[in-house]
Structure formats: C-alpha cells, structure tokens
Design a protein around this ligand. Structure first.
Ligand code: HEM
Length: 546
C-alpha cells in the first residue's frame, strides 16, 4: 500500500461518517459561495497597493471574465470610457478571459504596437490559436516571423499592377453573372426600371467577395469548385473563424470538428490541384498565385512545399474574405443612405466612360485609380469602419511604454510586463474628434482637399520613411491617425488588391442600379471577428440609361 493511501483512508472513513447536507444542498452552497468568495478576493486584490510601474488596471468585479463583456459588446465605447477616466488615459490594462491586455491608444500607441520589434512583440503568439487550425501548418503564424516575411514576399509577386489590369475585367464579369443569376436580383433580371427589389447586405457581399477573390487570386479550379462541391467546406472553415474558437481553442464542439475536417479537405484539394498541374503542365498554363508560388524558392534555395502552398492560399482566401466583404457592405450601406454621393459616383462614370449612345464603356485599372469620388468613398468607409478593431501582440520581454504616450494625469513611463497582450486600436484614432471634423459622419468630401487632415493622414501612412521587413519596401507609416491596413512588418499585403476589388464592385453596381436603405442605418456588430453591420437589407432599382 502506498503512503498516500495509508494517510488518506482513515480521513475518508471519518468524513463519510459525518452528517453532511444532501448532495444538492452541498452543491447549492458551493455554487453560491465559490463565486462570491472569488469576487471578494478579486476586489481585495484590486484594492491592494499596485506596482506603480505597471499601467493602471481597469476595475472589474468578476475574476477571469474581467472586462470581457464590455470589450466584447462595444470595444470602441469601452476604450473611450477607459481613456476618459482620470487614472487611465491612453495606457491601461484590462482582464480578458484570464489574460491581461494592455491597451495603448492614439497614434503613438499605434506606433508602439505596430512599429514594435518582433523580438519584443510577437503576433504569432496571439493569433496562432485562431489561424493555424484554419490556414494550416507551417504558414503565417505557425512559423517564425522571418518565414512569414518571405511568404508575404512570395504572394506580393502576384499582386502587381500587371496582374491587376487583368483582374478588373474578371471582377466585372463575376458581378454581372451574379446579378444575372442570384434570386435576390430577380427584379434586376426582369429588366423593369420602375420596380424596386431588395437584397441581404451581408449575404450578397460575402458571396460577391469570395467569387471575385477566387476568380482572380485563387485560380480556375478553386473558383469552379466554390459554386459546386466546396461551398459547404468553405462555410465550415469559415465558422471556425470566431472569437470563441480564438479564445477557447480545442473545445469538443461540432463546429471545431467541422472546422478541422474542412481544413483537411481543403488542404488536400489544393494539393491535388498542385499535383495535377505538375503532372500535366501542358494543360495548365494558369497565371495565378498558385502557379507563381510553384516557381518561387525560400532564400536558402528550398522550393515551397506543396502543403505550404496550399495553406498560403487558404490563408489568403480567409484574410481577404471578411475584411473586404464587410468593407463592401459598409460602403454600399452609406451609399444607399446618401443618394447625393451615388449620383456623384454615377456622374463621375458618365464623365469618364460615357459613350455617344448614352451607355458606359468598360474601364481599365489605371482609369479606376483616377476616379476621385470613388477613391474617397472607399477611403472614408475604411476610416469609419476598418474591419479589424483590435490589433494584438504578445510582449516577449518587459517593455517600457514611451513617455510621449502620456496620460491625462502625469507624463510617466510604464513598463508592460512580459507575457501581457498589447493591443492597439487604430479605429480610435480614425474616429478621434481632435483629429477629424465631424469625426462620426461619413463624408467622402473630406478626402478631396489635398491640404486637409485626411490627405495629410494619408501621406503620413503611405509616404515618408520606407522599410523592407523582407517583403519589399513598405512605408513605415505607424504614426498616422489613419491605419486601416495596419502598419510595420505585419502591414497588409492585400491593400492594393482590396482597393481594386471594392472599387470595381462598387463601380459595377452603381452603373447599373440605384440604391436606398431599408429601415434604420445598421449598428456595428462586434461579436464576429470583423466589424460588420448587423443584418440589414438594401433596396435597388435598375438605372434608366440616359
Ligand atoms: C494584414 C486589414 C484585405 C491579406 C492585415 C492587417 C490589417 C489588414 C489591419 C494587419 C494585422 C496586424 O497587424 O495584426 C485589411 C483590410 C482589408 C484587407 C481592411 C480589406 C479592406 C486583405 C486581402 C488580403 C489580405 C484582400 C489577401 C489578398 C493580409 C495578409 C496580412 C494582412 C497576408 C499580413 C499578416 C501579417 O503579416 O501578420 N490586413 N486587409 N488582406 N492582410 Fe489584410
């Protein structure tokens, strides 16, 4: 018999002889007392004198949960409320499901997080639990940062102006085919210029985004399979892209199992396409991202293994999907709410592409870039509705927060302790009334003025010091109050493509139809991974060509 058993047995025997309340009463007592005791201990812990070098901690009643409900419900309101408190200011920490998150707000705060050294601030330690089960092994956040930089360089080869020229026609084709076949556009299909129809904003733009992105970036085989066998697989993968799957990885729930099965199926599908392309090069003369990845090599000379090519392509599909589709949805909602801007967009098209018979001709990539109103509409939407509200990294060492970040009460230096998650929210600077006039109003005209605040912010973002993190020269741009595509080494590589995709879709829709909002302008839904509008509909009517 072991020592443990000799000690424990007499005790258990004694306990079993005592008169205990019934099991249910015991359970009830525990249910009431354990949470109460932990709340009391948590309150006492917060009242204890704190290490003054650490940022102030946002007061919270419930341990572990911390400020998760307030942050999850409306992060913008939560950050603003905290910033407004005398003790907090631009730097404060809060508890999010047992983790401490230190927030650094304002352009300097964005610079601190986005411009940080990757030996001090790691994105992969935060994002990997969400992305690796979806993208797959050995890519993006499941590999060292230097490797990610090389993978971004590989993809950028396919995101050139030459490729974009070909993409314009493909995107226009996809939008036209969608309008001609989707049941929500029956009124459009009937060719009646007097009747109004309506469509579901989230569904429509999610579908248009995946169809246009796969047609242009993913290649023929993927595009064809999306409307057939792989629609459900994609949907299962997509349902794994939620805050729950991120914050609580590995739960034994059906959505987790379906996500993993969908990843395995998608990965082997891409790899079968790769094998087929290699075995039959004569039938496969595609000029897409996959064919480009097949030709490239890492710096040490090794080709990119098939499973990595597959996973990079899945990552691109997912990275561009929710970001672009929510941006499209917000853009169209604002347009539906502002018939004057719709008319300005339509007139801009007539001015540039009008034909003698009253129609509109096809456009080129270079011509789209010249459209000032369209460009301003997209920029302004990304100012008010950048899809990513929180950009996070994990502190790998103790890191001093620069004094310039300041607090309302004192100008002191805090130290973010190793292990904290640090968080920047460019959205807060993009809505800051101290920077932007009528900061909450969607007003594309603010981008027309070359000397205005918006143009200056944009120059700070795109011009100035250039750095090569391993995927080509990019503007450092971390200090601008306008950062919809992030900045620094993790800056988005899909930016130019996203502009092209959003602009071309809007252009294709505005030249065919007029739009009106159905009901109130929808509020942002922060419960999904990207800030998208709550479910809503837009009315449309076929334009009468003059
Ligand atoms: C990174 C926004 C579209 C691929 C990012 C980041 C932001 C962003 C804010 C930085 C994240 C961070 O620092 O943690 C957007 C917006 C888009 C968009 C607003 C559309 C309106 C796309 C598209 C693609 C793409 C279409 C692919 C073709 C990527 C990749 C990264 C990235 C690969 C780099 C991740 C890294 O280095 O950590 N994006 N994105 N994005 N995005 Fe985008």
């Amino acid at each position: 018999m072991s020592v443990n058993a000799t000690v424990v047995e007499p005790w258990t025997a004694t306990l079993s002889q005592l008169e205990w309340p019934s099991n249910s009463r015991l359970l009830l007592l525990a249910l009431i007392n354990i949470p109460l005791i932990s709340i009391v201990l948590n309150v006492l812990w917060q009242l204890l004198p704190r290490d003054k070098s650490q940022p102030p901690l946002v007061w919270h009643w419930i341990p572990f949960l911390g400020s998760a409900p307030a942050y999850g419900r409306d992060p913008v309101a939560f950050f603003r409320e905290c910033r407004g408190k005398v003790r907090y200011g631009n730097v404060f920490s809060f508890i999010l499901l047992g983790r401490r998150v230190t927030v650094t707000l304002g352009p300097q705060g964005n610079d601190f997080v986005l411009g940080g050294k990757h030996t001090q601030l790691a994105a992969e330690d935060v994002y990997s639990p969400l992305t690796t089960p979806i993208f797959g092994k050995d890519v993006v956040y499941d590999c060292p940062n230097e490797k990610l930089m090389e993978q971004k360089r590989f993809v950028k080869v396919s995101l050139t102006i030459e490729k974009f020229r070909a993409y314009v026609g493909m995107i226009e084709d996809e939008v036209r085919d969608y309008l001609n076949s989707d049941p929500a556009f029956r009124v459009w299909q009937l060719n009646d210029i007097n009747e109004w129809g309506s469509f579901d904003v989230l569904k429509t733009f999610s579908e248009i985004t995946i169809l246009t992105a796969s047609r242009t970036l993913q290649g023929r085989e993927i595009r064809e399979s999306l409307t057939k066998d792989y629609a459900q697989v994609y949907s299962d993968l997509d349902h794994g892209f939620t805050p729950l799957h991120w914050m609580v990885p590995g739960l034994p729930l059906p959505s987790y199992r379906r996500r993993d099965a969908a990843h395995a199926k998608m990965s082997s599908f891409y790899q079968s396409i790769l094998r087929n392309r290699r075995e039959h090069p004569e039938d496969n003369q595609e000029d897409d991202v996959m064919s480009s990845l097949m030709k490239q090599r890492y710096r040490d000379g090794t080709p990119i293994p098939d499973h990595e090519i597959a996973h990079i392509l899945i990552a691109l599909l997912m990275a561009g999907q929710h970001t672009s589709s929510s941006s499209l949805a917000w853009t169209m909602l604002h347009l539906a709410d502002r018939p004057d801007i719709q008319e300005a967009l339509y007139k801009e098209q007539i001015q540039h592409f009008g034909t003698p018979d009253g129609g509109l001709r096809d456009v080129t990539y270079e011509e789209i870039r010249e459209l000032k109103v369209l460009d301003s509409v997209v920029r302004e939407t990304l100012r008010l509705h950048p899809p990513i509200h929180s950009i996070m990294r994990k502190a790998l060492t103790d890191i001093p927060v620069p004094a310039t970040l300041g607090t309302p009460s004192e100008d002191k230096v805090f130290v973010v302790p190793k292990g904290d998650i640090v968080l920047a929210s460019p959205l807060i600077s993009q809505l800051d009334p101290a920077v932007w006039d009528n900061s909450e109003t969607w007003e594309p005209a603010r981008w027309y003025d070359e000397k205005g605040v918006a143009a200056q912010a944009n120059r700070a973002y795109d011009e100035g010091q250039k750095v090569d993190f391993g995927f080509g020269l990019v503007s450092k741009g971390t200090i601008s109050p306008y950062l919809p595509f992030g900045a620094g080494r993790h800056r988005c590589i899909g930016e130019q493509f996203a502009y092209l995709q959003i602009s071309t879709v809007i252009l294709a829709l505005i030249r065919r139809m007029e739009f009106r909002l159905e009901g109130e302008f929808p509020q942002p839904d922060y419960s999904s991974m990207m800030v998208q509008p709550n479910p809503c509909k837009i009315h449309y009517r076929r334009r009468k060509f003059e």
